[in-house]
Every structure is written in C-alpha cells, then in structure tokens.
Design a protein around this ligand. Structure first.
Ligand SMILES: [Zn+2]
Length: 393
C-alpha cells in the first residue's frame, strides 16, 4: 500500500508533462493550472527536483514586483543515445532531453554484416561520443535504435527482416542493455523517422504519414498524434503492396509486383545498371539525377507516380493532413513530389485532399536519430515512468 506521502507524489509525472514545454511557471501558476492544493504541489515539485527533472529559477517577477520562484524543465538532466541504422549507412547521435543534438556521426555500415559486429560498433561509437561530449554512461537515460526492417514492438526484436541476414529474432534491446547498462528501445526506422518529423517539424499535424524512399519503401503512421504500430508492429509496410505495373518483377520478399520492387532505390539502381549506367544504390540514383542524367530523372518521376498510386488509396483510407517524403530518394525533391502529387490529387477523394499537404522531410537524414531520441524521452518522461521513479526514490 502506498503511504500518504508517496500517494501525493505519484502525480509528479503529470506535473512534469505540463512543464516539459520548457516554459517557467510559478507555484501560483501551477496551482491554477492543476487545481492541486499548495501542499500537494510542493511535494510533487520537490520529488521532481530531487530527480533533477526540473530546476527552480528566480527570474519570474510576481505581480507585486517581488521575485517569485519559477520552475522549468531541466533538459540537461540526462542524455539520450540515438541510432538510425539503415541498409548501408548509419547515423548516431547524443541528444539532451529536448532532442537537441550534442554530438552526431554518420558512417558506412552495411546492416548485412549481422547483429554482433553492427552492435559492437554501435556500442563503441556511443561510448566515444559520450566522452567527446563530456558525459558518462551514468547520465544516459536510455538508448533508441531504428532498424531497417520489421520490429516486433513488444520485444524490440527484428522479425524476418528481408535485408538483415542473421538478425531474425536477435535480442537487440537485451544485447545493448547488457553492454551499456541502460534501457534500450528498438523500432522500425520509418516509425522513428515519423516520430522525429512530427515532433520537431510538424507538431500541429494530428494525422501524418511519413514515407521513406531509400533502398526500399516504407511508411510510419502518426494517428491522432501517436505512432500507430499495429497489432504486431508491422503497420505501414507499404513497400510490399502490389502495384499494377510490377506484375513481372520479383521482390526481395519473395512476392511478385511489390511497390518497392518497382519504385525503391535498389530497383531504380538495377534499372540504370541494365541500361549500362553505373549505379550501386539509391544515393547513386540521386547523384545521377542531380548531375542531369535524364534516365535517372525519369525513373525518379515514375517512382513518384507509382508511389502516388499506392498513397492515393491510403489517403482515401486514412485521411492524413500531411504526407512527408523522406529517405535518400526524397533528396530528388520536386522530381519525386511532382509525380506523387499528380496521382494523389487526381485519384483521391476531394474531401480527403482539400487540405492535404505533401512535402519533403524538413529534418532530412536527421529524422531518424531525432525520432529515436523522442521515442526514449517519451518513454522515460511518461507520467507512469516518472511516478515509478519518484515513488521508488
Ligand atoms: Zn515485396
């Protein structure tokens, strides 16, 4: 049974949620906002201060002209380790609790090397970056990792990831947790990109679809301001929806006619090679398009139309307010968006497209690491987790 004191501090998490917007508030303002008794408020503030989640400041001036103590969220209380592992390259960051990037690194890291070499590299890189920023593992509140394949949400384990040999069922959270000694959250890379873009660039969008066009194609879904993962964590895997033009094309998933087998970066690179143009991956496709290769430009425009065909149905089904296009191929910007808009606006219902915005990602290749940090921060600072921490203390 909770004692009276722990019962009254158990609402500290909800109080922290109010203060997380970064605005400083006095006791009087907080009493007004929460309707709490002053004594209860004081206990909850003390509990949050003892965990360093908030700090008192004396900058606010009360109406009588006397300085009043105000409380603000302490974004430097802990740091977060974030990683976005793609098919061929990785981006790693250390952030504070407001997702501000304190250190960042990008590296070539083929995911098909397998889990142990990849995670060993990641663990070492995290530790190097922590010491670069003058932090220690003791200050880390959690690790967020995005992987380029389906991840079972409840366990954080990859499930039959087509481009990740050796990773099927690998206990990524346990492995990293054992080596780093902090909680580890793992999700699909497109889900974390959707989280990052929503948090940092489009917080006003309640219903958002983030589409990544890289080697493959996938999407992350923000529904009613929350990430929608589906029953097993497989929601948004639009790359394997069948498209009419792909009927004779075999996909890496084993099916025939998948969207990504026609419009993904790897598929476009393969078509360029078939035409005698050197192109290894999605970044080569973009590089060629930028340097004026008309075949590459054509392929990207066509990929935009193919994707638009699938998204037109999704717009009718889900009615998003915003579609954001990210991933390597999104750097083709208008070339992709032109084809995409053309099909969506002609094929979706007028009511669904009336206020629909279709844009390129603002965060670009940072969306993944920002989203991985958001995933960790939302977990660590959720009212339940904070209440558990303060009552334990
Ligand atoms: Zn497929």
């Amino acid at each position: 049974m909770l004692s009276e004191a722990s019962g009254s501090i158990a609402g500290a998490g909800a109080l922290l949620t109010i203060l997380r917007d970064g605005q400083a508030r006095t006791r009087a303002e907080l009493v007004q906002l929460t309707g709490l008794a002053r004594s209860t408020l004081a206990q909850r503030l003390d509990a949050l201060i003892s965990q360093q989640w908030i700090v008192p400041t004396e900058e606010a001036i009360s109406s009588g002209g006397r300085p009043a103590v105000a409380f603000t969220f302490n974004r430097s209380a802990r740091v977060v380790l974030a990683a976005d592992l793609g098919a061929t390259h990785a981006r790693v960051a250390v952030t504070d609790l407001s997702t501000e990037v304190l250190a960042e690194r990008a590296a070539e890291l083929p995911i098909d090397r397998g889990p142990e070499p990849t995670l060993t590299w990641l663990q070492r890189t995290f530790q190097e970056m922590l010491s670069e920023t003058g932090h220690s593992l003791g200050e880390v509140c959690g690790v967020g990792v995005g992987l380029p394949g389906p991840v079972e949400h409840s366990s954080g384990r990859p499930v039959n990831p087509p481009i990740m040999p050796g990773w099927d069922g690998f206990p990524v959270p346990e492995w990293l947790g054992e080596h780093l000694g902090v909680p580890v959250l793992v999700d699909n890379d497109v889900n974390i990109m959707a989280l990052g873009e929503h948090w940092a660039a489009r917080p006003e969008a309640d219903h958002l679809i983030f589409v990544k066009i890289g080697t493959g194609i996938g999407c992350g879904i923000i529904s009613d301001r929350r990430l929608h993962r589906g029953a097993q964590g497989a929601a948004g895997d639009i790359g394997h929806i069948r498209v009419a033009s792909g009927l004779d094309t075999v996909c890496r998933c084993g099916n025939v006619g998948c969207l990504e087998a026609v419009a993904g970066g790897a598929a476009m690179a393969a078509r360029l090679r078939a035409d005698g143009v050197e192109a290894a991956d999605s970044r080569d496709v973009i590089r060629l398009a930028r340097s004026g290769n008309t075949r590459a430009v054509q392929l990207i425009r066509q990929a935009g139309r193919e994707l638009g065909d699938v998204l037109a149905s999704i717009v009718n089904f889900f009615n998003p307010s915003t579609i954001v296009i990210g991933g390597d191929i999104a750097e083709g910007g208008e070339q992709v968006l032109a084809g995409l808009r053309e099909v969506i606006y002609s094929r979706s219902l007028p009511l669904a497209t009336q206020h629909l915005s279709i844009t390129a990602s603002e965060l670009g290749d940072r969306a993944g690491v920002i989203g991985a940090a958001v995933m960790v921060i939302d977990h660590v600072l959720s009212p339940d987790t904070v209440d558990q921490a303060v009552t334990r203390a």
